[in-house]
Design a protein around this ligand. Sequence first.
Ligand SMILES: [Mg+2]
Length: 149
Amino acid sequence: MSTIAALGRPAEILLVDDSKVDVMLTRKAFEREKLVVNLHHVENGVECLAFLRKQAKYLDVPTPDLILLDINMPVMDGHEVLTELLKDENLRHLPVVILTSSEDERDILAMYRLRCNAYLSKPVDANKFQEVIKLINAFWLTVVVLPRK
Ligand SMILES: [Mg+2]
């Protein structure tokens, strides 16, 4: 039993987000942190499920330690992704942190009802955003013990 950081390997994080700007900012924010993170990116829910199920072009990808999930995306949104994950015995153990610009109370409630592990609101301010990424690293990779499967 150990945290991801204690395993001595990079953390595998899957970022599901359709905003190219947000993906770039998130990637840069992770690069500024000390922990080594392999940040994988897909831009909608359909690609997310294909990645997690290692289908088509995702045959050789690792199973992520943590999923960072946006809500509003084309093709398949965050609600639908969580709904699918809950139904999938092979995937429902994966921790999902919602990282979204939505501050809609209905989204917050809906995501927790679909058993998201945390709901984070993306700060617009760059320094605050960096702090959120730092805290994600500190908590999810160095404090939390995640299942190994
Ligand atoms: Mg979006």
